[in-house]
Design a protein around this ligand. Structure first.
Ligand code: ZN
Length: 291
């Protein structure tokens, strides 16, 4: 599992200049050491496991009205199948996108757990009076953060491997549901328990004919009041639960009014940094280096 087997170590770069490749390899070694250091505050972490979430409230095992938000990267399985020779780069890209989602949620939502291609967020609604548009803005901020970072990753990229050339195929869907949920501890881990959690997870499989949408359940719709795209009212048959009414908001990314990535003037530097992170990941797979 390395770039050699893909036969594209040098061919992957759009600037086929040997001296540049040697320079980048040296920079990669430096970057490997640099990016393995503990990092304070927000950074572009290159691993899905870096999503640790904010401090979770203590588990009080009392059912409370709660909102569940699950951003899920569409096309994840297909992405990894096409990227098996560049797994490190695929992991890097997915990690960056999940981190962007996590940062965009801010303090409004708490991460319960990362699940490969998704994050499960929640927030207690009971006893909290949010202003109008609070949750609609939170959902749209997550979408903006995701698509802005995806755009940056495309612009920064100079690698032509399967993972890096398919970044734009990764879309985002978001499931939103509300209900009475209990926070509990299982085997030392903070867990959410309740039928609404099961419903939210099972709604990830639905009949919405798109890979980019926000699915708001009938229960969550009055809370969220999402102002995005055109909402189609559908009824999903959820396994073991029965029919669940949903609103599917299919939207165009232009509706998000995402600000342009700040790459002007420093694009070359960003590209070198991006490549260094990816190459340093590949060096970990090289016998004898294994950094
Ligand atoms: Zn790549």
């Amino acid at each position: 599992m390395n770039m050699m087997s893909e036969g594209a170590w040098f061919g992957m770069m759009s600037i086929p200049v040997a001296i540049v490749a040697v320079l980048i390899a040296l920079l990669a070694l430096v970057a490997t050491i640099y990016f393995r250091r503990p990092v304070e505050g927000h950074s572009h972490k290159a691993d899905v496991s870096s999503i640790s979430g904010r401090q979770s409230p203590s588990a009080d095992e009392i059912e409370r009205s709660t909102i569940i938000v699950i951003p899920d990267i569409s096309g994840y399985t297909d992405y990894f199948q096409h990227s098996r020779f560049s797994l490190r780069h695929a992991q890097y890209v997915i990690g960056e996108l999940l981190e962007a989602i996590n940062q965009s949620a801010g303090d409004r939502l708490t991460v319960c757990r990362p699940e490969g291609d998704a994050l499960l967020f929640y927030a207690v609604l009971e006893g909290v009076d949010h202003p109008s548009g609070y949750w609609s803005d939170a959902i749209k901020d997550i979408l903006k953060g995701y698509y802005l970072r995806r755009q940056e990753l495309v612009l920064e990229n100079v690698c032509a491997c399967q993972a890096c050339s398919r970044i734009e195929t990764l879309e985002l869907k978001v499931i939103v549901h509300t209900g009475s949920i209990m926070q509990t501890m299982v085997a030392g881990y903070h867990m959410l328990a309740g039928i609404p959690v099961i419903v939210a997870n099972r709604l990830l499989k639905n009949s919405v004919p798109s890979s980019r949408y926000v699915l708001v359940s009938g229960d969550a719709a009055p809370v969220v009041e999402l102002d995005l795209g055109e909402a189609a009212e559908l009824t999903e048959k959820v396994d073991g639960i029965g029919p669940v009414r949903i609103h599917a908001h299919m939207f165009d990314t232009s509706e998000l009014k995402t600000e342009a990535p700040l790459l002007t003037g420093s694009k070359a530097v960003k590209q070198v940094c991006d490549l260094c992170r990816k190459v340093s990941g590949n060096l970990k797979d090289v016998p004898g280096i294994g950094l």
